[in-house]
Design a protein around this ligand. Structure first.
Ligand code: NDP
Length: 333
């Protein structure tokens, strides 16, 4: 049995990850930690978790094997390093840390300790994105030329907190959504970005110097160019992911989401074909891969190194927006 401790009484754990852990055979959630004892107790009760604690030491000493970290972003580094020192496997939310240098420290610590570190980039687990990746790898669009990612949403009212007000907590749409887009582009294209050029905006929701919208242009090693749009302020935009190649285009709609929904269309000289794909819960699949990795089989669907890549990419986008110049992406892994 893998016994889990939750670090952070968060929305994402309540909405998706607690269920995903419990969907695995031989797994249980032993304890939850919140910085507030009252919130820990209320969260434990609401979610049927036996033990509520308010310090990291108490959580790490509660007989657990793995932790899921879903606190605000400035806390991930210290909590992950403490968990690794205590010999626990770590599934950490994105961004892994506030800087890629800190994220590299987490990867190095887990490697030295022989522990599994995963980044919860859920979109890699979507059947839609896996179908696109497979179609590209199978040559169904010929040589990939360009990609477009549409990932500008409206941040739900219950999440209009630290993301739009607290730079010190790692707020802003780039650390929130651009990291996912950078990771999903790498995954679907099977390629790594070399440089990015970005504009950001504050379109009325974010304060404190944070951005609530971003447009990025990426150049990949193979020569593919890509554009991505991330936002918190567009109520009616819809999401999508397109890859255009010499022999065909993949046009996916409603796929930049937490749910196993959406559609993927392949358009070639032969006509149009809707690709079928599996509709498994993204987080359940993520946790299954993580459990397998703990058991010595394969890797988490997004590794710590993948988390370094996505954070390095987001960091470069922020630097580009600030400097007005394109910025090289080098995760130095
Ligand atoms: P929340 O705002 O729900 O939770 C983050 C922290 O805020 C909690 O750990 C909690 O601290 C504190 N908090 C929560 N509710 C309250 C409250 N009512 N009053 C005071 N403090 C409160 O964050 P999210 O779940 O949206 O995000 C958490 C992490 O997960 C982030 O790193 C984010 O980037 C990531 N994320 C990833 C997603 C994915 O699909 N991969 C989706 C959404 C988020 P404490 O634990 O001390 O109680």
């Amino acid at each position: 049995t893998v016994r889990w401790g939750l670090i952070g009484a968060s929305t994402i754990a309540r909405q998706f990850v607690i269920n995903a852990i419990r969907a695995q055979p031989n797994s249980e959630i032993t304890a939850v930690m919140s910085s507030s004892p009252e919130r820990a107790a209320a969260y434990a009760k609401e979610n049927g978790i036996a033990l509520a604690v308010s310090t990291l030491d108490a959580l790490l000493g509660s007989g657990i094997d793995a932790v899921y970290i879903s606190t605000t972003n400035e806390l991930h580094l210290e909590q992950a390093l403490a968990a690794i020192t205590a010999g626990k496997h770590v599934l950490c939310e994105k961004p892994l840390a506030l800087t890629s240098a800190d994220a590299r420290k987490m990867v190095a610590a887990a490697k030295a300790a022989g522990l599994v570190l995963g980044t919860n980039h859920h979109l890699r687990n979507a059947g839609s994105h896996r179908a696109m990746r497979e179609a590209i790898a199978a040559g169904r669009i010929g040589k990939p030329i360009a990609a477009r990612v549409f990932h500008s949403v409206y941040l739900p009212e219950n999440l209009q907190g630290w993301r739009i007000t607290r730079p010190e907590a790692g707020g802003g749409v780039v650390l929130d959504i651009t990291v996912h887009d950078a990771d999903t582009l790498r995954f679907v294209l099977g390629d790594d970005p070399l440089e990015v050029s970005a504009f950001t905006q504050a379109a009325g929701m974010a304060s404190g110097g944070l951005e609530d919208g971003a447009m990025c242009i990426w150049r990949f090693k193979s020569g593919i160019i890509a554009q991505s749009h991330e936002g918190f302020t567009t109520k009616f935009a819809g999401t999508g992911f397109e890859v255009h190649g010499s022999e065909g285009s993949l046009i996916a709609k409603d796929v930049m989401t937490q749910k196993p929904i959406g559609s993927v269309l392949l358009r070639t000289a032969k006509g149009e074909e809707e690709l079928s794909f599996d509709r498994e819960d993204l987080y359940v699949r993520s946790l299954r891969q993580f459990h397998a990795a703990i058991g010595g089989e394969g890797q988490p669907s997004a590794t710590g190194e993948d988390g370094v890549w996505s954070l390095t990419s987001a960091e470069a986008a922020l630097q580009s927006a600030k400097s007005g110049k394109s910025v090289a992406i080098d995760p130095t892994l």
